[in-house]
Ligand binder design. Structure first.
Ligand code: C2E
Ligand code: MG
Length: 409
């Protein structure tokens, strides 16, 4: 086997035990791996996979917050193209099922290591990695046909994931953005980029959106009944904003489950909104009149003028990731966030920062005056039940790490 340049391999190690983390990092360093990042939380590991990224992710199967199996699913959901190494002290059969799960998602697995970890064993498993190995495992973008997408909607394979939105001043979880996923029977969990544009071009987006909104309102009802009221935001493609029946349809769906319109926000992106401004305006203004919230998505990336912005009764501006993630170290992005804030204040709307990935991003958007934030630093999108289970964990983490953090102003 040709030897690899270990100094060029980025290894991310995830384990909830601090001593184990230290041991693994030291061992990897002594084996010659110099780009080692350690992390004790699955959610944080997911954010680290974007920046600095990783070629190999080594993780424990048994973790309290997000266990290894859930973590594998999140890796797939994020199109992780690196290689996986499982570290575990659990039953061999659980390890085998986990390996199988990784493979069934089409991800690359280098092997499993049982605890106590022996340095030679670690060296042997990691030595199997090559850059080509990951290159052969690209973000597969299968072209799904119109009929496959229709069938997926009909058979309930489209699932809502929920990403929490948090008030920066109080840490309170005020709601969540709904992000659709396709649980494909063969290809695994697919991100919206794999099917939304086909759905838009073949007029399936209406059915898809009704499906997403129906699931959302039913979930809003369940959370309300459990004493966990949430305002939920749903993404609406602008090509549907020419259907004048849309507001009545949404109002009817909300009425059926007795959810007040103010608890549902519709997110639209500015880009194509202006193509048919008349229909778009009528629809958005009617939705607002009915009491639904309206959010301008990916604000900052859109080219709406102040006049156009004023003409649409938005209740929220969501500043896009490109202006948020890492903006604290980038003067231009920082200035752009500042002007988005000024605009938000002039319009008197709530400003949400999306793409908050690190504590530095959190502090930065808080100091800039954003009200709400969303991003991997808080939590990745997850299923409804996972979100319910995550709430107390977040509260604890917020109180322990963030409540007294005055760096963010
Ligand atoms: P979006 O509305 O801008 O959604 C935010 C995207 O950013 C989501 O990707 C989310 O998983 C990802 N994200 C969240 N936090 C972070 C972070 O801290 N860092 C980074 N790098 N990314 C983060 P996702 O789920 O792949 O969705 C992509 C887009 O697909 C969405 O962008 C939205 O435009 C569209 N989409 C999702 N669900 C629906 C839907 O039900 N209907 C329609 N029409 N579009 C949808
Ligand atoms: Mg959105």
């Amino acid at each position: 086997m040709p030897s690899i340049d270990k100094t060029g391999v980025r290894v991310l190690v995830l384990d909830d035990e601090p001593l184990m983390l230290e041991f693994l990092a030291d061992t990897l360093n002594s084996l010659g791996y110099t780009q080692v990042t350690t992390c004790s939380s699955g959610y944080r590991a997911l954010s680290l996979l974007d920046a600095p990224g990783a070629d190999i992710v080594l993780f424990d199967l048994k973790m309290p917050e997000l266990d290894g199996l859930q973590f594998i699913r999140h890796l797939k959901g994020r199109d992780f193209t690196g290689s996986v190494v499982l570290v575990s002290g659990v039953d061999e059969r659980i390890v085998q099922s986990s390996e199988q799960l990784v493979r069934s998602y089409g991800m690359d697995i280098l092997g499993s290591i049982s605890k106590p970890v022996l340095p030679d064993e670690l060296d042997r498993v990691l030595a199997g990695w090559t850059r080509e190995r990951n290159a052969q495992n690209p973000v597969v973008t299968p072209a799904y046909s119109e009929s496959e997408i229709r069938a997926a909607i009909a058979s309930g394979e489209l699932l809502n994931f929920y990403q929490p939105k948090v008030d920066l001043a109080s840490g309170e979880v005020v709601g969540a953005e709904v992000l659709v996923r396709w649980r494909h029977p063969v290809d695994g969990l697919l991100a919206p980029s794999m099917f939304i544009s086909t759905a838009e071009h073949h007029e399936i987006i209406e059915d898809l959106t009704v499906n997403v909104i129906t699931q959302t309102l039913e979930q809003a009802r369940r959370w309300k009944d459990e004493g966990l009221p949430m305002d939920l935001s749903v993404n609406v493609s602008t090509n549907w904003l020419s259907d004048l029946q849309f507001p009545d349809l949404v109002a009817e769906l909300a009425r059926q489950v007795n959810i007040a319109p103010r608890h549902l926000l519709l997110e639209v992106s500015g880009g194509r909104l202006m193509e048919d401004i008349h229909a778009g305006l009528e629809i958005l203004a009617r939705l607002r009149l009915m009491g639904f919230g309206l959010c301008l998505d990916a604000f900052g990336a859109s080219s709406l003028s102040l006049g156009q912005l004023r003409s649409i009764p938005f209740t929220e501006l969501k500043v896009g990731r490109s202006l948020i993630t890492g903006a604290w170290k980038n003067r231009n992005a920082g200035a752009a966030l500042g002007s988005s804030m000024t605009l938000g204040q002039q319009l008197g709307v709530c400003v949400t920062a999306e793409g908050v990935e690190t504590i530095e991003d959190w502090r930065f958007v808080k100091a800039a005056g954003c009200k709400l934030c969303q991003g991997y630093f808080v939590a990745a999108p997850m299923r409804a039940q996972e979100l319910t289970d995550w709430l107390p964990t977040w509260r604890e983490r917020y109180l322990a790490e963030l409540a007294d953090d005055s760096t963010g102003g």
